[in-house]
Each structure stands twice: as structure tokens, then as C-alpha cells.
Design a protein around this ligand. Structure first.
Ligand SMILES: [Cu+2]
Length: 66
């Protein structure tokens, strides 16, 4: 398990959170994802590496900042 902390500045509402959560869970259904809409923070605990997570979020249409 790795814990990855990312910032997704365009994450603006619950639908964004859903989209991002689904994108990550497609890669790792057991991933634990914590999001904070105010700080735009996304914390992911998963068995996949950071670049896979970043790629999944970007493919869902969001820009990721480490
Ligand atoms: Cu949204």
C-alpha cells in the first residue's frame, strides 16, 4: 500500500469527486480515497503507484498537482 497526496485544483463539486474516485477505483477497487473540496486535496491509499493514479485522474479530465 502506498499513500499518495495530490492536489486537483479543478475538483469543484461532488460530481468531480465521484469521477475521480471512480477513475482510481477502476485501477484498484480496494483503494481508499479521501477528498477535501475546500483545499482540493486528494489522499489515496492504494496498491498502485503514484504515476498510475495521476494518469487515471488526468484521463478523467483533471489536472493533477503533486
Ligand atoms: Cu464537479
Amino acid at each position: 500500500m502506498t499513500t499518495v497526496n495530490l492536489t486537483v485544483p479543478d475538483m469543484a463539486c461532488g460530481a468531480c469527486v465521484d469521477t475521480i474516485t471512480k477513475a482510481i477505483k477502476t485501477l484498484d477497487p480496494t483503494a481508499k480515497i479521501d477528498t477535501n473540496l475546500e483545499s482540493k486535496a486528494v489522499q489515496i491509499e492504494a496498491s498502485i503507484n503514484e504515476s498510475s493514479i495521476t494518469e487515471a485522474i488526468e484521463q478523467a479530465g483533471y489536472i493533477v498537482k503533486a
